[in-house]
Design a protein around this ligand. Structure first.
Ligand SMILES: Nc1nc2c(c(=O)[nH]1)N[C@H]1C(S)=C(S)[C@@H](COP(=O)(O)O)O[C@H]1N2
Ligand SMILES: [Mo]
Length: 498
């Protein structure tokens, strides 16, 4: 490796350190103060319209990524040149880095919501870059020396590695802050009609809350870290087998007619008696209306929903158009969706398990055929069709608890989303099944609570529950595992009465 290649690499490593350090400092000074984003933002704002349109045409929705990658390539070339020049005349290195730091600082300070310290990430990054470049140019000054070369490579590798790791961590934290701020600033539109008032008597004492608070709502997804989506950049594309492909932005979505509905979501992985189920008040726009506008072609029997992180689910087109309140949802229990539950936009479909219907962080809807596309969980052994199975659960008394003899109220939940629960029965040991009292409910799209006053006698007892839906189907006793399309069987608990 000759001297000038080493010098060039030193320049690139120093630039990497500058960017990495800047990303870390930006965690404190604000998301938009990191130089890469700040400079990118200035370019986007100042570039003439036709150029922007051309970029969008060429790069599609990846135009912002293309901008960042382009900037990185230019920067690498610049940094390489600075390294080479600095090896000959040190002051050129210092001046080159200073210029680079200044561009970043000015760009950051002129962003519209710049904080008072917006210049700091660029300046701190530049200062550290000067030091790193100085060290690296000094290392292995004698190229013939084997030991010097090894030290040099180690130094470059270490600097670049730390810079990339630190920068990535910083970026993750700043994007989380930015999205948190954007979420706090969201003003949800009012629904077309006021939400249905919760009737008195939906809640049975000691049973899981009828409405699950957001913080306790079960969470299931494949995301190691939930996608952080700034709503101002969010878009939903409806395309595929449609006559009118549609793209809507966050602003456009919020202007659409909104409704608010209680819908109980359930996971196909929920075991009999399990708690991967929750009920919330969702605010959203009926997906049916958007699909009507897109005008699906005959034969497009599957609506594939795709999330920002590439996860997919496939929903029968007919289900989304049959009149049920399937929502492109933006609100959950009166708040913008929590990030973990799909902010800014997700789907909620009454009656279908989440893995075939409830795409969080949704960015794309593609009309296709079940015969042509398998969504994420299908090749992994789960059924392409996932209607929620009729189920019931005993919440009180809890398994293994001790109670005194006398009246013990047995209570729990039962669900048959979009069909409705008609009857719940309880069985004590091998006695005949006895009918429980059904609590009030909002609609057939939510679970329903029930209670049964049991005259408990001393000893150990097995309690079982089974539900019947409004079609007259009674929950099957035959146990089935969760895969491929949902568990069945009766929930039983054993309790001790003293
Ligand atoms: N993007 C994305 N959306 C997703 C999933 C996922 O892995 N990624 N999991 C689905 C599954 S399996 C379920 S049960 C529901 C759960 O929604 P929740 O986490 O809000 O309760 O989200 C669905 N939406
Ligand atoms: Mo799920």
């Amino acid at each position: 490796m000759n001297t000038s290649v080493r010098a060039g690499l030193s320049g690139v490593a120093a630039a990497a350190v500058a960017l990495g350090v800047a990303e870390i400092v930006a965690v404190v000074t604000g998301p938009l103060s990191a130089p890469l984003l700040a400079v990118g933002g200035v370019v986007v704002d100042t570039v003439p319209g036709p150029v922007k349109d051309a970029a969008v045409r060429v790069f599609g929705i990846h135009d912002k990524t293309a901008l960042i990658v382009g900037t990185l390539i230019l920067l690498t070339g610049y940094a390489y040149a600075i390294g080479v020049l600095a090896a000959r005349r040190w002051w050129i290195g210092v001046a080159g880095i200073a210029l680079f730091g200044m561009i970043g600082a000015v760009a950051a300070m002129t962003r519209h919501d710049a904080g008072p310290m917006a210049w700091l990430p660029s300046v701190a990054g530049a200062a550290l870059a000067v030091w790193v470049l100085h060290r690296l140019l000094g290392l292995g000054a004698r190229p013939a020396e084997e030991d010097g070369r090894r030290r040099f490579l180690k130094g470059v590798g270490l600097a670049a590695g730390l810079a990339v790791a630190g920068g990535a961590a910083g970026r993750l934290l700043t994007s989380r802050q930015a999205v948190q701020q954007a979420r706090d600033a969201v003003v949800l539109p009012a629904p077309r009609q006021s939400p249905p008032p919760l009737p008195a008597g939906v809640q049975v004492a000691d049973v899981t809350p009828y409405v699950s608070p957001n913080a306790d709502f079960y969470r299931i997804d494949t995301a190691l870290y939930p996608p952080q989506i700034d709503p101002s950049t969010w878009e939903l594309r409806i395309h595929g087998m449609v006559r009118n492909p549609i793209t809507i932005t966050w602003e456009q979505l919020l202007r659409r007619p909104m409704i608010e509905r209680y819908v109980t979501l359930a996971c196909v992985s929920n075991e009999v008696g399990g708690d991967l189920i929750g009920n919330a008040l969702w605010l959203g726009t009926p997906i049916r209306e958007l699909l009507d506008e897109a005008d699906p072609l005959p034969g497009a029997d599957q609506v594939v929903q795709r999330s920002a992180d590439g996860w997919t689910c496939g929903t029968p087109t007919a289900v989304l158009r049959d009149g049920r309140d399937a929502l492109l949802a933006v609100g959950m229990n009166g708040e913008p969706l929590p990030v973990a539950h799909g902010f800014p936009v997700r789907m909620v479909v009454p009656g279908l398990y989440g893995y075939v219907s409830a795409c969080k962080w949704i960015t794309e809807i593609e009309l296709t055929r079940f015969a042509d596309f398998d969504a994420y969980w299908v090749p992994r052994g789960w059924s392409a069709q996932g209607p929620i199975k009729l189920q019931s659960r005993i919440d009180t008394p809890r398994k293994g608890t001790k109670r005194a003899a006398g009246t013990v109220v047995v209570g729990g939940v039962a669900w048959a989303q979009h069909t409705g629960i008609a009857k719940v029965e309880v069985q004590i040991d091998d006695e005949p099944w006895r009918e429980a009292t059904l609590a009030a409910t909002v609609s057939a799209d939510t679970w329903r609570q029930w209670s049964y006053p049991w005259q408990a006698t001393p000893g150990e007892h097995r309690l079982r529950v089974r539900a019947t839906d409004r079609n007259g189907q009674t929950q099957t006793a035959t146990p089935a595992p969760t895969a491929p399309d949902g568990a069945t069987g009766w929930h039983a608990v054993t309790v001790r009465i003293d």
